[in-house]
Write a protein that binds this ligand. Structure first.
Ligand code: ADP
Length: 757
């Protein structure tokens, strides 16, 4: 079905929707309504046509009770029936009402109690004197059902229903009308006199059957208007004498239709109508609408037979709807299980969804699909660009609560999608978790929808009489609408397949999260062990090293004079080696101490640790005459101040250490990005060959000998660990001979706000 928005969209229509239609106090004149007081069945209200029917004026009727009109044996029977809770036992009842003397009129009488507890008796002229036994309904339905068994398509099935109903009732036109999700409807089966114009496949806007009317159709399964031109008659008195309010006629058979509905039928050229509700799970699924050009009365029994037919047959329709897509459903089940298999066998579930013969596209017959997982996109088929998808996901995240959301007209709810209507007019969005989504797309397919009259001018409002009066459209002529920005609709079986897949993905993601948690535990344990080891090793190593260093120096002091030049050089090398070893140990210790568990994250003005680092490097700065420029207004961020100081110190000391022949010039900046701060430290030093730009962040990795430049190769490894502790990233952009810029990021909200969530 298409999704043209024909819902009520202006104030007049909304007011019209709310207008009650069940308590107008008017009935159709072909029958009589009596409102009775229990238990003595005194007449409280009567329709004003009582004189025409009984020869008794309404005023006189109010002085009587039912006993005065019916014979005692009937009263006795009725009184017994009325004691039962379920009035179906006496409905319908043949009622012989006394007119004059021995002159009787025969009615089909039906009792009901309304919400306020009033007992209402409705009398319709009887066409036969006998009650039709229930079994005849059964045979009627049985015959139709036998025919129905042979068809499997919903449409053929509906066609048989309208044929049968027309055969039984003799209406000029019988239609089966199905409601769409947005409450507009379309005629999906029709049987009619040959010369009448066909309404088959015409769509009707939701406002044609306003909310109030839909509600009444749900509680009253069958409605008859034998003569649409008949003048309605009022109840006398208009208000119920007990409640002093208009009577609730919701479940009344004779209730007069609203003036607007009658006008609608007149405009359609309908002289009589019979409507049978088709209800599925308490919701109005559709209607069987019977129209006759001239007035036509259908007896209570026959109506009941039709209602029965409607109920029994309709229970078959629901089954039929399900089995119709059976083959396709089976195919989707197969694709679904294939995907689950592939997912569980791949290291990451995303490639399981994308990389095999059966992929995401098969599951919904989509033309494009995209997976957004942990901030990364994986695209398949025809999709909008990643940048657009980022905005779309943000919008979904803020506006859509459903785990699986579908639309066949994305641009109508998310106007930006207009730009990529050729790939994504239709969308199925499956949320895996916050901001992680699987999306399917379908392109725009321009459709033509045939309406019964212009749906945008379904009614005209008239305020001239002081009151709002709505008039339905005069013309029901074919009105073609070209529908754009709409894809082919998603079938329920496809949506169900997506829901199933979601369960599997969520399970896999949860399992991966469990594995990850175990891994993190292991990692934490081995990290702790490593730290202990580094600490103990460096601490314990310091001591023997000091020993070596002391004794070598002692050797030089005591025996210096007896040693030749070579021996003195050797001692010098030994001292150098020991000093280097001590620096290495200090650096490894510094590295092992960078640990998020013991870091102190607090609001830190970046300038403070930077200035500490500059103070520590004061001597080297002045010796090298380095010029350091710092951007004004550096931000305040959530960070560990000591670690930040160490980070700046390492970066600055490298920029000075690896200087070229030029005077070192260093520039420090910070820039706000969407979720993080981006810092940069730019120098004019010797630069780095881009192929080594990643390697230099690994421990002990250096690009020069110690003779060229002193160092341990730990400085940048420590920087990297510090930044990782802050959940940021660090990298360098450089070229040999052209200086380097070191970049690092720190999340705006500190490490607690992972930038990907
Ligand atoms: P170290 O400075 O102790 O050698 P680092 O880990 O700090 O160790 O640096 C690793 C290597 O990266 C250095 O040996 C050097 O080759 C290169 N490097 C670091 N910073 C710079 C820089 N600013 N300019 C040029 N090369 C650099």
């Amino acid at each position: 079905m298409n999704t043209i928005n024909t819902a009520l969209d202006n104030a007049d229509l909304l007011a019209f929707e709310r207008k009650p239609i069940h308590n107008s106090g008017k009935i159709q004149p072909y029958g009589v309504v009596l409102v009775l007081q229990e238990p003595d069945l005194k007449i409280l209200q009567v329709s004003t046509n009582s004189y025409a029917v009984f020869g008794i004026s309404p005023e006189e009727m109010l002085e009587k009770s039912l006993e005065d009109i019916l014979d005692p044996f009937q009263i006795e029977k009725l009184e017994m029936g009325l004691q039962q809770d379920n009035l179906d036992f006496i409905n319908p009842t043949k009622i012989w009402a006394r007119k004059h003397g021995d002159d009787y009129v025969i009615f089909d009488g039906v009792f009901h109690r309304n919400t306020e507890g009033n007992l209402i008796l409705e009398l319709e002229p009887a066409t036969s004197q006998e009650n039709i036994p229930f079994l005849s309904f059964y045979h009627l339905a049985r015959a139709s059902i036998n025919q129905l068994q042979e068809t499997s398509r919903l449409r053929d099935f509906c066609q048989i229903i309208v044929q049968e109903v027309r055969k039984v009732t003799g209406f000029d036109r019988v239609m089966l009308y199905k409601f769409d999700e947005d409450n507009h409807g379309a005629v999906i089966a029709e049987e009619k006199l040959d010369h009448l114009e066909s309404y088959l496949d015409l769509h009707y806007p939701a406002s044609d059957i306003p909310k109030q009317a839909r509600k009444l159709f749900s509680s009253n399964w069958i409605r008859i208007i034998p003569d649409t031109k008949a003048e309605p008659v009022a109840l006398y008195p208009l208000n119920n004498p007990i409640s002093d309010r208009p009577l609730d006629l919701t479940n009344s058979i004779l209730r007069s239709p609203s003036a607007c509905h009658l006008e609608y039928l007149h405009n359609m050229g309908v002289g009589a109508s019979l409507t049978i509700s088709l209800i599925e799970d308490g919701k109005l699924w559709g209607l069987i609408a019977c129209h006759h050009l001239t007035p036509k009365y259908v007896s209570y029994e026959l109506r009941k037979a039709c209602e029965f037919l409607g109920r029994v047959i309709f229970s078959e329709i629901s089954n039929r709807e399900e089995t119709e897509d059976y083959d396709y459903r089976m195919k989707l089940n197969y694709f679904g299980s294939q995907l689950v298999d592939d997912m569980s066998q791949s290291d990451d579930f995303v490639s399981g969804l994308i990389k095999h013969d059966t992929n995401l596209l098969n599951l919904t017959s989509a033309r494009g699909a995209a997976v957004c997982y942990n901030g990364n996109w994986t695209l398949l088929g025809e999709t909008p660009a990643e940048e657009e998808l980022n905005f779309l996901v943000k919008w979904l995240y803020q506006n859509i609560d459903e785990e699986v959301f579908t639309t066949d007209s994305l641009a109508k709810i998310y106007p930006d999608a207009d730009q990529y209507k050729n790939t994504a007019s239709g969308l199925v969005a499956m949320a895996i978790s916050r901001r992680n989504y699987v999306l399917w797309f379908r392109p725009e397919v321009i459709q033509t929808v045939n309406w019964g009259g212009d749906p945008h001018n379904a009614y005209q409002a008239d305020h001239s009489q002081g009151n709002l009066k709505m008039s339905p459209r005069k013309s029901f002529e074919l009105w073609k609408e070209t529908v754009r920005l709409t894809s082919l609709p998603w079938k329920q079986v496809e949506v169900n397949a997506v829901k199933e897949l979601r369960k599997a993905i969520v399970n896999i993601v949860l399992r991966k999260a469990d594995e990850l948690a175990l891994l993190t535990n292991d990692l934490q344990r081995s990290n702790a062990e490593l730290k202990r080891f580094a600490y103990v090793a460096s601490h314990d190593l310091q001591e023997p090293l000091n020993h070596v260093s002391n004794y070598v120096q002692l050797l030089e002091m005591r025996y210096g004079e007896r040693l030749d030049e070579d021996a003195k050089d050797f001692i010098g090398f030994a001292v150098e080696g020991v000093t280097l070893m001590q620096t290495l140990i200090d650096d490894v210790l510094a590295y092992s101490k960078v640990d998020s568990q013991v870091s102190q994250f607090e609001l830190t003005e970046v300038r403070t640790p930077l200035e500490q680092a500059l103070t520590n490097l004061q001597r080297r700065i002045s010796e090298s005459q380095a010029v350091i420029t710092i951007q004004d207004n550096l931000p305040t961020i959530m960070a560990d101040q000591t670690q930040l100081m160490q980070l700046f110190q390492n970066l600055l000391s490298n920029a000075i250490k690896f200087r070229s022949s030029a005077v070192p010039e260093i520039e420090i900046k910070a820039e706000r990005q969407e979720y993080e701060w981006l810092f940069s430290v730019k120098d004019n030093a010797i630069g780095i060959d881009p192929q080594f730009c990643e390697r230099i962040f690994i421990i002990f990795q250096r690009l020069h000998t110690r003779d060229e430049y002193p160092g341990t190769g730990m400085g940048l490894a420590i920087c990297k660990k510090i930044i990782e502790c802050h959940r940021g990233r660090i990298w360098v952009e450089s070229e040999l001979g052209k200086g380097s810029t070191f970049y690092f990021t720190i999340p705006v909200g500190g490490r607690e706000r992972d930038r990907r969530n």
